[in-house]
Write a protein that binds this ligand. Sequence first.
Ligand SMILES: Nc1ncnc2c1ncn2[C@@H]1O[C@H](COP(=O)(O)OP(=O)(O)OP(=O)(O)O)[C@@H](O)[C@H]1O
Length: 692
Amino acid sequence: MTQNGTVSAASEKAENAPTEKEKEKEKKRDDINIEEMQFGVWTFKVASSAKSALEVYRSEIKMAYPLFLRLFTDIYSVSPTLFIVFLACKLWDGIEEALVMHLSSSLLRKIEAGVISGVPDVRGIVTSVMLQLVCSAVVSYMSWHSQRALQELETEVRRYFELHLMKAKLSKDLPTSQEASSSSDISAFQAWRAFADVISFFTEMFKTASQLALIVHLSRESGGPLFALLCIIKPIFSAMTFRAWWDKVCFGFASNEDYRRMMSLENLANGGFRQDIISHNLGAWIIQEYQKARKALSGISDESFYSVYSRRETPTYDVIAKVLGELPVAYCALAMIFKPLAFSVASISILQQSALTLRYSLETILSSTEDFRGGVHSIRRMYEATEIMNLMKDGHLPYPQIDDNEEWNGERGMSFELKDITFAYPGSEKTTMALNGISINIKAGQLVVIVGANGSGKSTLIRILSRLYDSTSGSILIDGHPSKDYHVEDLHRATAILSQESDIYPLTLAENIGLGCPERSNDMALIEEAARDGGAAEFMSKLKDGVQTTLNSYHSYFHNNLHGNRDHPLYEEMEKMKKKIDISGGERQRIVAARSFMRFKSGRVKFVAVDEPSSALDAEGELQLFNRLLDVRKGKTMVFVTHRFGHLTKHADLLICMKDGLIAESGTHQELMERKGEYAKLYDIQAKAFIE
Ligand SMILES: Nc1ncnc2c1ncn2[C@@H]1O[C@H](COP(=O)(O)OP(=O)(O)OP(=O)(O)O)[C@@H](O)[C@H]1O
């Protein structure tokens, strides 16, 4: 007893002990200070790190390094040549300005010397001019190449990541796709932008370094490093003192009640409430309440939070920054006074220009650190999106276990044994389970009808049987083996789901039906047969393009100067493109039903799950659909979920009546009617509707 107690206490302690991940998260939290500030109607929460800015950058770059390596390797693999050309162009971009300036400076000096001495160095000037011309030609040539390489690489990279992201999305199972953490809105374009931002950041760094080197070189005889320092002092000062929100981790919200009331009233006036405002005469009341709130707000700023946050209370910083910006000029002037021979007008002008360019580059770097961080974050999200692990574990057994063809053509459907099944939807905030202890046996080839009130768990049970979800607890045997042991794809291949949730794909109607059996999706004869079985053939024959009609077809177009020119042939063409073809709800359900009949043509289906697929069908259409489904039931287990079960009761081997996630009753129609319980009640309500 004592021993047991000790063991269980120890294991409980171990269970409650924080994991490495939790510890790391906790440590990160400890490193963050959150400061709350109030600006006008806004409350700001600004996070700052307990670490120094340098430490934060260092750790961010360290963490980003493997990501860069991976991204660069991926992009290199997409197109090595383009990648190298692109990097070479960016490298050139980094030194181009410094080189051009260096050449200009050398030419200017020679010209100046010629002007002063009256004897120009013709050879030197001609060489410098030639060099400058060659350099300009190379700059234009490289810039053209850079643009082309950029566009071509962008197209290639976007296609590559689009495919990767699409593959990742398509391989997610249903529970995983419903997890908030698995839903990523990252697109291939964003991934490219992130790459471009990161590269631009590094290019700008390189540019700054090369300009800095040029300045040190140009002013080497007159205290180069000091001059270089004076050039960068202003942007560094501005970056350190400017209160900008974009490089902060912050969260701001309108906390002033009067302001929020004003905004709600404005939304009421602007939103889609016209009918109520007119019929209830709300106009005057809205204006009166708005004015009241406005008055209460008087004296409190409701400017955008971006501008109130970055506004300075005193001009001190601006004055200091301006003065610091003039330091390079002051330095040149002083140096000229004390060391007149060390300077020429040309070198001063070049130094001035270099100082300005350097300052601009530095400011660009400092203001784009957030873009850089954003880029790293997007790259991380993109790789995470392609690496989500499915929540449902795949099994190792093929399905069906019996591999002789006779069984496939055959006599048996799928059998199910469910024991104590409970299920809650991933992320659901409900306090009750969707299924709450279901035990039931469905024999191979049986026809089962599930009835019950809204929300009683019928569709959920169908989803569990079809292995779209795994149960939270309990066990399911399919053909005698635990369902989790089978390959999920094999089970899905052996299952046909005809559900209220299925809809029309943005493809041709023929493809909509043909995709029930992708291997035979081009077989028009089969598609037409499936269309007849699903009751879709007749209405499709009346469409102008018949089975080749596409609903919700993808269109992308642009126009210019066409508005107000309605007689223009291009306007008519554009309008034609805008027109949409639509079909009724019942016709949609017929196409979806035809898709299921197409699925049966694969000859592999052993389980048919029919979940209320006839809600929009007319009475005749519904009867025909059920009869055609019954006609193909040989070799298949069929489970129907329906509120209108009258047609099916006489065919059903088993009726299940559900209530609050539980099986309230099960048995044959006769047995359940005799019991006079929930099923009998539902049946009588339907029957009475016809008698009375
Ligand atoms: N995707 C989902 N996420 C979270 N909860 C869900 C989801 N789908 C259904 N539920 C909840 O699970 C419970 C069972 O729903 P289910 O759809 O199985 O009921 P049903 O008997 O088929 O209802 P109906 O007759 O209205 O189709 C309900 O409480 C419902 O709100």
